[in-house]
Design a protein around this ligand. Structure first.
Ligand SMILES: CC(C)(COP(=O)(O)OP(=O)(O)OC[C@H]1O[C@@H](n2cnc3c(N)ncnc32)[C@H](O[C@H]2O[C@H](COP(=O)(O)OP(=O)(O)OP(=O)(O)O)[C@@H](O)[C@H]2O)[C@@H]1O)[C@@H](O)C(=O)NCCC(=O)NCCS
Ligand code: ADE
Length: 317
């Protein structure tokens, strides 16, 4: 994307909410830094478009069925207090949050102030989520991951998934200095089991979102249905993510059962084969028995669906 295109985009953009930070819409890049817009052949998506893609990704993740242990169209999975309707309402209620994140990041570069501006918007989004779900945590992890990716995509219109992940990681590595002193399930699991959790995944540039994207695209190329491609993408994440949702609910046993179970499905040919689907249903039963749910993996699938949709939207525009 050329500088001219960036200027055009900034001028025509009608932010859905004003940027919170002190950097305004001025492009802040260190001298000699790599240009932010790497691919001049891709058009810039319209403002608000990123928020729509993020919400669609959350809805697609929630509706995908059958997901082991997770809430889906069949029912609440391992969750007693939540069902598909909560996830759909939560996803829709988050559109203004993603639009604000997009508007706040446009024309800026990763920085400490941007990190803090995004965190403030993300926390307001968490409040909006709790308001529609009656206090149930449906999407805190997804607000964090997709929020960073939306911001990165707004900073780098037309960039590739790799570049967007790298920029999201760059933002995430700035400390969230205004974070309230909450000790959430994820942070406690990180300490207890010595894993990096959602923050580590973000700081590393979301490698598991890439693993899901790779599997999604491989399966499509092999002619699998979209449902099968998405289920296998989720399973690919489950084979190796240090999912603090699983650790918090079921300890190391739940994480091990999940990893081995997901590997067994993929080794059997994935969700497209009868043996793979039988292995998936067996993993589902084991997770229900352990009251365990791979919520972090679900968030990484949503992140991959967002990156995939962004890639398609860029090329189709
Ligand atoms: C950085 C924050 C995400 C806080 O993180 P922390 O680890 O301290 O706290 P949690 O919110 O408990 O956990 C993080 C959630 O992230 C998902 N996740 C888990 N492991 C990973 C991983 N390895 N990589 C990526 N993502 C991961 C997961 O989210 C899903 O699970 C949530 C439900 O969990 P929980 O409430 O524990 O649900 P239950 O088991 O049902 O609880 P009980 O009923 O038993 O009590 C759900 O949200 C899914 O999305 C983890 O749970 C973040 O909060 C933060 O700092 N936010 C500030 C805003 C911000 O910075 N935004 C950035 C710009 S938008
Ligand atoms: N479908 C789902 N079920 C349970 N937890 C989740 N976290 C994100 N998506 C989820």
């Amino acid at each position: 994307m050329s500088c001219l295109a960036v200027a055009d985009d900034t001028r025509s953009a009608a932010p859905l909410s004003p940027p919170l930070g002190g950097e305004g819409s001025v492009q802040k890049e260190a001298k000699g830094a790599k240009p932010l817009y790497a691919d001049a052949s891709r058009p810039v998506p319209p403002t608000g478009g990123l928020a729509d893609l993020a919400v669609s990704a959350l809805i697609a993740e929630a509706e995908l069925s059958p997901k082991p242990g997770l809430v889906d169209a069949r029912g609440p999975g391992a969750h007693a207090d939540v069902e598909l309707g909560h996830f759909l309402a939560s996803a829709r209620a988050l559109r203004p949050t993603f639009a604000s994140l997009e508007a706040a990041a446009r024309g800026r570069a990763p920085s400490q102030t941007l990190r803090e501006d995004l965190a403030a918007i993300g926390r307001a989004g968490e409040a909006a989520m709790f308001a529609v779900t009656g206090g149930v945590n449906t999407h805190r992890g997804a607000i964090f991951a997709l929020g960073l990716l939306v911001a990165a995509a707004a900073i780098r219109p037309g960039a590739s998934a790799d570049e967007i992940r790298a920029t999201a990681g760059e933002i995430a590595r700035f400390p969230d200095r205004a974070a309230p002193p909450l000790d959430l399930n994820g942070a406690r699991a990180c300490r207890r089991y010595g894993v990096a959790g959602a923050r580590g995944e973000a700081a590393a540039g979301f490698p598991h979102a890439q693993a899901a994207l790779d599997m999604l695209q491989t399966r499509r190329a092999q002619g699998a249905s979209e449902t099968v491609a998405r289920l296998d993408a989720l399973l690919a994440v489950m084979t190796s993510l240090d999912d603090t949702c699983l650790l918090h609910r079921g300890g190391r046993l739940a994480l091990r059962v999940t990893r081995l179970g997901a590997r067994a499905v993929i080794a059997a040919g994935g969700a497209t084969t009868p043996a793979g689907m039988a292995a998936l249903r067996s993993l589902d039963r084991r997770l229900l028995a352990l009251n365990a749910s791979p919520g972090g993996a679900a968030d990484m699938l949503a992140a991959a669906l967002f990156l995939d949709a962004l890639d398609r939207a860029s090329w189709e525009a």
